[in-house]
Design a protein around this ligand. Structure first.
Ligand SMILES: [Zn+2]
Length: 91
């Protein structure tokens, strides 16, 4: 029996709950670039749950929280890099 939990709040999915949201979050890292792809399916599909990079959410609220958290993290990282560059340029 596979245990499926919400990637945001950690609640366990009961079998037969079809209103959960299924998607994937894939990262491709190379020396120069980090490409990240977050997508969602329009319906739940039990057969795809175990595929690489799959993410599951119990509600649209948890889905939005996940997107917000991951987008903000990337923005914050970009900001700290540019600040560091500005400081070293002034010195
Ligand atoms: Zn949740």
């Amino acid at each position: 029996m596979i245990r499926i939990t919400c990637d945001t709040c950690g609640v366990v999915r009961k079998s037969g709950q079809r209103d959960w949201i299924l998607g994937y979050d894939l990262g491709f890292d190379s020396r120069e670039t980090i490409t990240r792809s977050i997508s969602f399916f329009d319906h739940w599909d039990d057969s795809r749950v175990l595929e690489r990079g799959m993410i599951q959410f119990c509600s649209p609220k948890c889905q939005q929280a996940y997107i917000a958290a991951n987008t903000l993290k990337r923005r914050a990282a970009g900001k700290s890099v540019s600040l560091r560059r500005r400081r070293s340029g002034a010195a």
